[in-house]
Design a protein around this ligand. Structure first.
Ligand code: RB5
Length: 145
């Protein structure tokens, strides 16, 4: 499994730690799409980097971190083929995968603890889409792209 990850300045500190967590503890191939410093940047630029990697198949899924997770989700979800959401609990991460087949999880670096975000990522990477009635609904969602 290959995971693309990026942040803006508000998510930078957690992003650095989450890159380590993904690579060292979860042992997944991790593509750090930046930024490399906590200088101010615009979250849509980094949402697009990760979204493009997922749509092209370079990455299987994506992780984005901004202040709230909301801006990243809004931006990434505009890219055709992406199902992105701001997620603040492991329970929502589970349902996001099982029911919505989410492929980009967007995290809050300012309002959610690092450990909770680690737990969210772990669930996001392990929970499986249930298909069935959810597949028909997700297909309808994707027709809106
Ligand atoms: C940056 O200040 C902040 O607006 C951004 O990180 C994000 O929370 C937007 O949704």
């Amino acid at each position: 499994m290959r995971v693309a990850i990026a942040s803006d300045h508000a998510g930078f500190e957690q992003k650095q730690q989450l890159v380590d967590y993904l690579a060292s503890e979860l042992k997944v191939d991790t593509i750090d799409c930046g930024p490399d410093t906590d200088d101010r940047v615009d979250y849509p630029d980094y949402a697009k980097k990760v979204a493009d990697m997922v749509v092209s198949g370079t990455a299987d899924c994506g992780v984005l971190v901004c202040g709230t997770g909301i801006g990243m989700a809004l931006a990434a979800d505009k890219v055709a083929g992406i199902r992105a959401s701001s997620i603040t609990t492991p329970e929502f991460a589970d349902l996001f995968r099982r029911h919505n087949d989410g492929n980009v999880v967007c995290l809050s670096g300012r309002f959610v603890d690092l450990q909770v975000n680690k737990d969210i990522i772990k669930v996001f990477l392990t929970a499986e889409f249930e298909g069935g009635r959810h597949a028909e609904r997700v297909a309808k969602v994707m027709k809106l792209d």
